[in-house]
Design a protein around this ligand. Structure first.
Ligand SMILES: Cc1cc2nc3c(=O)[nH]c(=O)nc-3n(C[C@H](O)[C@H](O)[C@H](O)COP(=O)(O)O)c2cc1C
Length: 173
């Protein structure tokens, strides 16, 4: 039996929900990232790390990319639709080429509730909205469209079914 830990960092709960589902499926230990010391990572055969996407960054991911892990699997949770979003920039910003060559990163669909955002995050999203609006209709990416469609409201795209590829991948490691 592999010893697995699921570690997450979530500001608004979507990543936490996915981490709980994944830990349940994998019968893994579950930790919030701030409670984990780097030296603990190598106690596990597999570390599954999940972080919310904020301005192209995977929050807290340095805990696992800057410290040794025996096997690392990362998942991101964002507002972009995983099937149509282009994650190239996110991947190159958050991982080394060497890591990307040998490891898989999974992307899951989160949600947003504008009522619950901090002032700074509201301002950041207002800025992003303006940027997306400036792009001609036929040049907007799926991320631009989903931002504009959901702007100001509350949406929750979390779906337990979508963790299956990640769970299967970890089982096969
Ligand atoms: C300020 C801000 C920046 C964001 N940046 C991105 C982004 O770059 N890409 C993305 O897909 N989603 C982005 N989102 C959406 C979040 O990733 C989404 O709400 C996700 O569900 C957050 O996870 P959490 O609930 O675990 O914190 C952003 C949200 C906010 C408020």
């Amino acid at each position: 039996m592999k010893k697995i830990a699921v570690i997450y960092k979530s500001l608004h709960g979507s990543t936490k929900r996915y981490a709980e589902w994944i830990a349940e499926e994998l019968k893994a230990s579950l930790f919030e990232a701030s409670g984990v010391k780097p030296a603990q990572l190598t106690d596990y055969d597999v570390i599954v790390y999940g972080g919310g996407l904020y301005a192209g960054g995977i929050i807290g991911v340095k805990l696992v990319t800057k410290n040794p892990c025996k096997n690392l699997v990362v998942f991101t949770v964002g507002l972009g639709t995983p099937e149509t979003s282009d994650y190239t920039e996110i991947l190159t910003k958050n991982f080394t080429a060497e890591y990307l060559e040998k490891s898989k990163v999974f992307h899951l669909h989160g949600g947003i509730d504008y009522q619950k955002l901090s002032i700074i995050h509201r301002v950041m999203m207002a800025f992003k909205k303006k940027e997306s609006e400036k792009i001609p209709l036929n040049e907007r990416t799926s991320d631009d469209r989903s931002l504009l469609e959901t702007y100001g409201g509350k949406v929750d795209f979390t779906d337990r079914e979508t963790i299956k590829p990640l769970v299967d991948y970890v089982h096969e490691l």
